[in-house]
Write a protein of this length. Structure first.
Length: 229
């Protein structure tokens, strides 16, 4: 049965009844065999589906957010989830593995009180040496009270803060000789929405995004920015 509801077997019989001869049928079979051989040759030559080209397991289900892996050097991990998870979870996972973070750079649209509280504690304890925050200026009207609290917290705990009309969601983590980049739809808050994130441990990628974000944050002459501290 085809996707349009036709019985393909019956259609073949009816076509034969309408005069499609054996010669035409054999010609079609030869053409089909020719394409199959060409396709097989292409796949063989290019080794598209050869499993030896897959060095690591590339797809798995993660049922516990605490089991989210941290990428090794040169590794990239893509995650799709509908579990409630604050992106701060991954920051804590990195600290759990490497003890401390030399520098943390966050560009985000939303950061809630829970995440901010954790960041200030980690900064005060020395677990994170330096924190750079590029946060959406829309907080000025989305939540004016929290907008002012974020300013006070960053000033009080020695964190670099800039507000900008941006929707970037990029996190950069330098821990020992690892250079992590996290990007995707997830914010530093919690919701029930399906989310996707990409985790990478790549110094070159880290460097490009670090220069990109810090250049924005360092432009004190820009009228589109509000440099706090």
């Amino acid at each position: 049965m085809s996707e349009f509801g036709f019985d393909l077997g019956k259609m073949e019989i009816d076509c034969n009844m309408l005069g499609i001869g054996e010669v035409e049928k054999k010609a079609k079979e030869k053409t089909s065999d020719k394409y199959k051989k060409q396709a097989k040759l292409f796949l063989t030559e290019n080794k598209v589906f050869n499993t030896e080209n897959i060095k690591k397991r590339t797809y798995r289900y993660i049922y516990d957010k605490n089991l989210i892996p941290v990428p090794e050097k040169g590794e990239q991990i893509r995650i799709r989830t509908q579990q409630q998870m604050n992106l701060i979870t991954i920051i804590l996972k990195v600290i759990d593995i490497y003890s401390e973070i030399e520098e943390l750079t966050i560009s985000t649209y939303t950061i809630n009180r829970e995440a901010m509280s954790i960041l200030t504690q980690l900064k005060d304890s020395g677990k994170i040496k330096r924190i750079n925050l590029l946060i959406s200026s829309s907080y000025g009207f989305r939540d004016p009270k929290w907008y002012e609290e974020i300013k006070a917290l960053c000033i009080g705990h020695g964190m670099h803060l800039v507000f900008a009309w941006a929707h970037f969601k990029i996190t950069l983590i330098r821990a020992k000789d690892n250079y992590f980049q996290i990007e995707g739809s997830m914010n530093y808050s919690t919701n029930n929405m399906a989310e996707q994130i990409l985790l990478e441990n790549n110094q070159e990628t880290y460097k490009k995004d670090y220069e990109f974000i810090t250049k924005i944050m360092g432009d004190r002459n820009s009228k589109a920015l509000e440099v706090i501290c």
